[in-house]
Design a binder for this molecule. Structure first.
Ligand code: ASP
Length: 336
């Protein structure tokens, strides 16, 4: 273990130095706040303004790090934390409820320079799951921890622990009650997807390119309303919901997790970029508009390469999203 740790440290020290020569200067940060049936007619002006404000704040937070020659890893973590702390998104504070009325959170992070990765699944008391995912990556020899074990680990490394009631929000509670009622009425036994789409969306993600030419990606979610039996989606699965490597691109996904796992969406996009030299837009289009759509899945991705090329591609009605580039101007969009 000691050798592994040492080797990792040596690698971490070497790689940013080597890639510093590949400096592009094109610092870029791209985010999403979930995809789904997001329609203007269902949104109040206040709600839309609130979403735009937090998305902008998240972008500015990450950008402030990149601008000071900070790392893409620090930028994506800080960006995600802003959205996790907001009750608007289905991640951290605003996470959706499980069938049993709990909040079980998933998150993952990946460092493009080293291909190091970390993830947590089904945690219920960690205030910022993305920081727990990063701790798994940097302070343990593992990639993924779940449930009670992940919570004990997060506690042991000093992360902020909260009472589960911290994650209770009226909007998400009501969404669960609505589904439970509709389940009873239709005697459906497994109603987790389409019908409550509106209350599900809000998973958050970020991809960044720093001044050193290194990519990073991160994703955090509460999963799906009414999920049962310890269900875990794509968000904490490296290669499905999150991917970053300097040879291809950084990806964060949102949507029907089961489909994203089955298609290994994030890695598939990266593979098209790496092996077929497709642009990030072409690669995302192929996987989202062709493969995911053909399988019946819905959602989207943000993808960024080392030249600062990026895409925000989705096959749903909308996706909360935004970007900020070297020019320093944040842009935020919601609908198609
Ligand atoms: N992908 C997430 C999950 O399946 C949900 C979402 O992105 O809306 O857990």
């Amino acid at each position: 273990m000691r050798t592994t740790g040492l080797a990792a440290v040596t690698l971490a020290l070497l790689i940013p130095m080597t890639s510093a020569h590949a400096q592009t200067g094109k610092i870029t940060l791209v985010i999403h706040g979930g995809a789904g049936t997001i329609l203007k007619q269902n949104m109040t002006e206040e709600m839309e303004a609130a979403y735009r404000q937090i998305l902008t704040e998240a972008l500015n937070t990450g950008y402030a790090i990149l601008e000071k020659n900070g790392t893409s890893l620090d930028a994506v973590e800080a960006t995600i934390r802003v959205m996790e702390d907001s009750p608007l998104f289905n991640a951290g504070r605003g996470a959706v409820f499980t069938h049993d009325g709990r909040n079980e959170l998933d998150a993952s992070i990946m460092n493009g320079a080293t291909k190091a990765a970390g993830a947590v699944g089904s945690v219920t008391i960690v205030k910022n799951p993305i920081s727990a995912a990063r701790a798994v990556m940097e302070k343990s020899p593992h990639v993924m921890m779940t449930g009670r074990g992940a919570e004990l680990f997060a506690t042991s490394v000093g992360l902020e622990i909260v009472d589960p009631s911290y994650f209770w929000t009226e909007r998400r509670w009501k969404a669960l009650q609505d589904i439970l009622v509709s389940e009873r009425q239709t005697s459906a036994t497994w109603d987790i997807t389409k019908s409550e789409d509106e209350s599900r969306f809000g998973t958050v993600g970020a991809v960044a390119l720093d001044i050193h030419g290194n990519l990073a990606a991160a994703t955090s979610t509460g999963g799906m309303t009414n999920k049962r039996f310890g269900r875990v989606g794509d968000s904490p699965i490296i290669g499905a919901g999150t991917w970053a490597d300097n040879e291809s691109c950084a990806v964060s996904a949102t949507g029907d997790g089961e489909y994203f796992i089955r298609l290994a969406v994030a890695r598939d996009i990266a593979a098209l970029v790496e092996y077929k030299s497709l642009s990030v837009s072409k690669a995302a289009e192929e996987v989202i508009h062709r493969k995911l759509t053909a399988l019946g899945g819905e959602g989207g991705v943000i993808v960024l390469d080392r030249k600062g090329n990026y895409t925000m591609t989705f096959n749903s009605a909308g996706m909360y999203r935004g970007a900020i580039t070297a020019a320093g101007k944040a842009t935020v969009e919601i609908y198609k």
